[in-house]
Write a protein of this length. Structure first.
Length: 283
């Protein structure tokens, strides 16, 4: 388990220790209402509206630009209504982001009391590439994992959230483009969730849903999709479902949508979940 600390202050702590949080604000959840989750690949704050923009505006992945700040403000508005947010393709403070930790920026604008930046690809002052976590629920535990693959630079964050008398294990990740590396990464993830009753696996998986469910290391788990598959990429005209949220059977999905949001090249996925036994009791 690692401490909740700003990049540059991150330190390992004993498993029994309480993580150091970013904020003194407390945000506890007693399990009396469903939890709202969101997964969003924000493409380091770059909005893309055409395929050609990958070439004509590719410089934005290297150099700062004025529009990025405004785009991050809009992203903060989108994520603000959720309890737990998984961010992919974030920059934790380099030249291209004007040395702004984008996770911290969004957390502060959207008033999330808990946030964490995972640095997976450190290119010094040019790029600090990784994943991010935002939470209104104080996690009981958090782990930072580097995923295997042919090219280093992919990671997963595992957070254990309190929910009534139970806990929910949330794994947020961004998988590789190559199929062989994705299989290695999913084998690793499968080992992380083995034996857990309440699991949420979410992120940009660069895979189609049937492949994940039937032809990957997840095939022998009990994870299931949260609803009828909807495309998430490209944001301006979604054709492929590359972003997914998978849950264990003891979690009930009460709402699922791909948001009509064009602030990145991916659209975000929003999901509302609660414990199956709690949902049955209410009914």
């Amino acid at each position: 388990m690692v401490a909740w600390a700003r990049r540059g202050e991150m330190r390992a702590v004993p498993a029994a220790a309480t993580p150091t949080m970013h904020s003194s604000a407390l945000s506890l959840h007693d399990g009396t209402r469903p939890l709202r989750f969101l997964s969003f690949n924000i493409q380091v704050g770059i909005g893309t509206a055409r395929y050609r923009h990958y070439f004509t505006k590719g410089w934005k992945h290297v150099l700062p630009h004025q529009g990025r700040h405004l785009n991050l403000e809009r992203i903060a508005e989108v994520v603000g209504g959720y309890d737990f947010v998984a961010l992919q393709e974030v920059d934790s403070g380099s030249l291209r982001s004007n040395y702004v930790n984008q996770v911290q920026f969004i957390a502060e604008r959207a008033r999330f009391p808990y946030w964490y930046t995972q640095l997976n690809r450190d290119l010094g002052p040019l790029a600090q590439h990784g994943n991010g976590l935002l939470s209104r629920v104080a996690p009981m535990e958090m782990q930072d994992h580097k995923l295997p693959g042919a090219i280093p630079g992919r990671g997963a964050i595992v957070a254990r959230l309190p929910y009534g008398d139970e806990t929910v294990v949330v794994v947020l990740l961004h998988l590789s483009l190559g199929e062989r590396s994705r299989r290695l990464q999913l084998e690793y993830v499968r080992s992380l969730i083995a034996g857990e009753d309440h699991v949420v696996l979410m992120g940009d998986m660069n895979s189609h849903l049937p492949q994940l469910l039937f032809d990957s290391p997840l095939a022998d788990t009990n994870l299931r999709p949260v609803g009828q598959v909807q495309p998430t990429y490209p944001a301006w005209r979604p054709l492929r479902a590359l972003d997914h949220v998978l849950v264990s059977p003891r979690l009930t999905v009460s709402d699922y949508e791909v948001l009509d949001c064009r602030l990145s090249d991916h659209r975000p996925i929003g999901v509302t979940l609660e414990l199956a036994e709690r949902a049955a009791a209410v009914m």
